[in-house]
Design a protein around this ligand. Structure first.
Ligand SMILES: Nc1ncnc2c1ncn2[C@@H]1O[C@H](COP(=O)(O)OP(=O)(O)OP(=O)(O)O)[C@@H](O)[C@H]1O
Ligand SMILES: [Mg+2]
Length: 377
């Protein structure tokens, strides 16, 4: 006899028996996001004030157990999220929990392989807000314009960006069994935790949850045949990065940095982390590198431009290229219409196309000109 698929109402009924710290039934606290039930998997988040979040961890655990107890539910992923005031930066547990040098466990679990995916590359930075997600999306589009089949995975589970950058509002469909069908945008195969849970508040994830969320997005998503999967990493050198760097067979990492010294120090930290886990650094991208006057096309180096190129030389990693600080990049990103997709022949797309070609060369070796056949007389 077939068991009935679990419903959202069944999950909510169970959650009503979980008590908040003050004894209120969880379902009456107004802290629950939409509860998503997809093919036996349950996802939702609990959002509370950042000041009391610690007291809610046991509630999160009980909620997860309650959801799992519904007949037919195979797994439940409950995120505890802390509300922040508008304008303040999201808390970044990964940054705070940077491991001490040399503390990287090695050789534990075997890497998560993703069948059908030829190369997985990470786009990372030591510091937040330097333009990783923007670079990841436009680099992925640039690689796809080179004729490669490209996917992009948003591993920034603390603050997923792809729903906005690619203007995705629909939820991924499930494909019989437990697999999820990724979203397709501009020819890219796309997946983000933001497609599964509410995106307006930052997440507070526990270490094991980070691993299980990433594992699910790698293994249980029907990625299909891809030449390259670009992974948009959360900033910093914490849990999520280490998990990715150690457990995913990364072909390499692209480090994004702004020209300022401070960001470069963080970039160095990022490079050191990938080196520690033996992931090759494919190179550095200097983002917001110079300013192109939209009216006259004059270029001004507002920061001490060129820092990343110099730093790349010093560290012995390739310099992949520079992207100007340009309002079009910001506006197209914010509007979910990335510049490489919407203005593929413009100068901004050209910058990303150059970077994509260098990344491709790093992955496959430079394309050689076809051999000349000399016919001797
Ligand atoms: N070259 C650029 N010119 C102008 N604005 C840019 C450029 N690159 C990125 N931005 C803008 O900077 C902001 C941060 O970019 P983005 O979200 O890509 O950074 P991030 O490193 O992924 O941030 P986070 O650390 O929060 O994940 C966004 O508003 C984006 O539109
Ligand atoms: Mg980002």
């Amino acid at each position: 006899m077939k068991t009935m698929a679990p419903t959202k109402q069944q999950v909510l009924d169970r959650l009503a028996s979980v008590a908040a710290p003050d004894g209120t039934p969880l379902t009456a606290t107004g802290t629950l996001s939409d509860v998503v039930v997809a093919d036996g998997k349950v996802f939702f988040s609990i959002t509370v004030d950042a000041a009391v979040v610690q007291g809610w961890e046991s509630v999160r655990q009980r909620a997860e157990a309650a959801a799992r107890a519904v007949p037919g539910v195979q797994s439940a992923l409950v995120a505890l999220t802390a509300e922040r005031k508008p304008g303040t930066p999201p808390p970044r547990p990964a940054e705070r929990r940077a491991p001490p040098p040399g503390a990287v466990p090695r050789g534990g679990q075997s890497p998560i392989s993703v069948a059908g995916v030829e190369s997985i590359i990470a786009v990372a930075s030591g510091k937040g807000g330097v333009g990783k997600s923007t670079t990841a999306v436009n680099l992925a589009l640039g690689l796809s314009h080179l004729g490669l089949k490209v996917g992009i995975l948003d591993a920034d589970i603390y603050g997923p960006s792809l729903p906005k950058l690619l203007s995705v509002r629909e939820r991924p469909q499930t494909l019989g069994g437990t697999r999820l069908k990724p979203i397709t945008r501009h020819g890219l195969t796309v997946m983000s935790i933001g497609f599964l849970i509410e995106e307006e508040t930052p997440m507070i994830w526990r270490g094991p949850m980070v691993i299980s969320a990433l594992t699910q997005m790698l293994r249980e998503v029907e990625w299909g045949e891809l030449d390259v999967m670009v992974v948009d990493m959360p900033p910093g050198t914490g849990d999520a990065q280490l998990t990715m760097a150690q457990q995913v067979p990364l072909k390499g990492a692209v480090i994004v940095s702004t020209p300022q010294d401070l960001a470069l120090i963080d970039a160095r930290r990022g490079i050191a982390m990938f080196r520690r886990v033996n992931v090759p650094v494919l190179g550095i991208v200097e983002n917001m590198s110079y300013f192109l006057c939209p009216k006259c096309g004059t270029r001004s180096d507002i920061f001490s431009h060129g820092g990343a190129r110099h730093e790349a030389e010093r560290l012995g990693v390739p310099f992949l290229g520079e992207v100007p600080l340009d309002m079009n990049i910001r506006e197209t990103s914010d509007a979910g219409r990335p510049v490489v997709a919407t203005a593929p022949d413009g100068p901004l797309a050209a910058a990303y196309h150059d970077i994509a070609a260098r990344v491709r060369d790093q992955l496959t070796g430079p394309t050689r000109p076809p051999p000349r056949i000399v016919i001797e007389a």
